[in-house]
Design a protein around this ligand. Structure first.
Ligand code: NAD
Length: 358
């Protein structure tokens, strides 16, 4: 890889510590001098949010959270923030909750403190997402980057094992896809490799002992690294595919990423020698796909998009929407034909090796 590059590091405070979220949040709210805090947490996340917010005064609780941030949901939250004179947003929850806080920050410029409870990584990116008329739009705006992220593995203990696995593989997808994304460089590649290592060591520990915090700490650490790498490198082919499957077909985000990832890796890796070598080294296996597939077997990871409501009828539309968005940086030329084959294989859960030499 050439050592001529331009890299941007986003400015953000990260407070990491199991059992420390409430104290860290109280200290951050005081440091920022916030007077009118709005806590955003879905109904499911409210119990967690209440424990995290014990040391702060909350001016407004907001629970209306919907996956992929429909524009109507964003507008309601923006109006609530404006109506209550809010000067700080605190999101406690998964990527959907963080995403709603970002959508409010985007138009109001109110700062966000993110307290993530999944391994999606949205908290460490300046990427926002909104869904309108079945089309998901994403964009980049530094105002949506949370000023502070508070990581506490204890908050993820309630995340069921299957969701932990899918969410952790969403983080893994940020790492792997960063390797051929438009702004890939040696710094985000190094972060990705460490993210792969942390996630592949943490996720099996969660499966073996869902009540322990060691695996969950590794998974949160890996999720953070993955998101920093992704924010810097941008969206590669994998994210473009999953973005369409989520936004247009309303498939569940983490499971879609977890399912599609080995297919994109098999599709691209024969054409991306440096990425292939880095990913294999991070997994400690002879080749990248073996590393990912060994881990996925160990985790009993999601296998087929058909399990999540996608059908063969959607392939042609998906390919039509994905194709114009394929990044020029993708190492392999993408055609309607080979992309249809990739999506077809992910639909049925075929062995991804079928894509190695299409
Ligand atoms: P999610 O936020 O939709 O959460 C999934 C489910 O898990 C929800 O029902 C939630 O209430 C529940 N949950 C969350 N934390 C829990 C916990 N600790 N215990 C029990 N249940 C818990 O799913 P997600 O995968 O975290 O996020 C997906 C969304 O995030 C998508 O909209 C995606 O586009 C977005 N995202 C954005 C970025 C970005 O950089 N902008 C990055 C990753 C994901």
């Amino acid at each position: 890889m050439s050592l001529t590059f331009e890299h941007v590091t986003l400015g953000q405070r990260v407070l990491f510590g199991t059992g420390n979220a409430a104290a860290n949040l109280a200290a951050e709210v005081a440091r920022l001098g916030a007077q009118r805090v709005m806590v955003i947490a879905s109904d499911f996340e409210t119990d967690i949010a209440r424990t995290v917010a014990t040391g702060i005064e909350v001016a407004l609780w907001h629970h209306d959270v919907v996956m992929h941030v429909p524009i109507e949901t964003a507008e309601k939250a923006r109006a609530a923030a404006a109506g209550h004179g809010i000067d700080l947003l605190v999101s406690v929850g998964g990527g959907s909750t963080t995403g709603l806080a970002k959508a409010v920050a985007m138009t109001t410029r109110i700062p966000v403190i993110a307290v993530p409870t999944t391994y999606a990584g949205s908290e460490a990116t300046n990427v926002w997402g909104l869904t309108e008329a079945s089309r998901k739009t994403t964009g980049v705006d530094d105002a949506v980057l949370p000023v502070t992220v508070i990581y506490d593995a204890a908050l993820t203990l309630s995340l069921p094992v299957d969701m932990s696995v899918a969410s952790g593989l969403n983080g893994m997808a940020h790492c792997i896809d960063s390797m051929w994304a438009p702004h890939m460089d040696p710094i985000n590649a190094a972060l990705s490799a460490e993210g792969i290592r942390a996630l592949s060591s943490g996720l099996p520990l969660i499966v073996d002992d869902p009540t322990g915090t060691e695996g969950r700490e590794q998974a949160l650490y890996g999720a953070y690294l993955s998101a920093v790498a992704f924010a810097s490198a941008g969206s590669g082919l994998h994210h473009k595919i999953c973005h369409v499957l989520g936004g247009t077909f309303n498939l569940p985000h983490a499971q879609t990423h977890a399912t599609v990832l080995p297919y994109v890796l098999a599709f691209n890796s024969p054409f991306a020698a440096d990425a292939e070598a880095r990913i294999a080294a991070a997994f400690g296996t002879a080749d990248a796909l073996t590393g990912l597939q060994n881990l996925r077997k160990r985790l009993d990871a999601p296998k087929a998009l058909s399990d999540y409501g996608f059908t063969a009828d959607g392939i042609a539309e998906a390919v039509t929407v994905i194709l114009p968005a394929v990044p020029a940086s993708n190492p392999r030329a993408v055609t309607a034909e080979n992309l249809s084959r990739l999506v077809q294989a992910a639909l049925t859960g075929e062995e991804p090796q079928v894509l190695l030499d299409l």
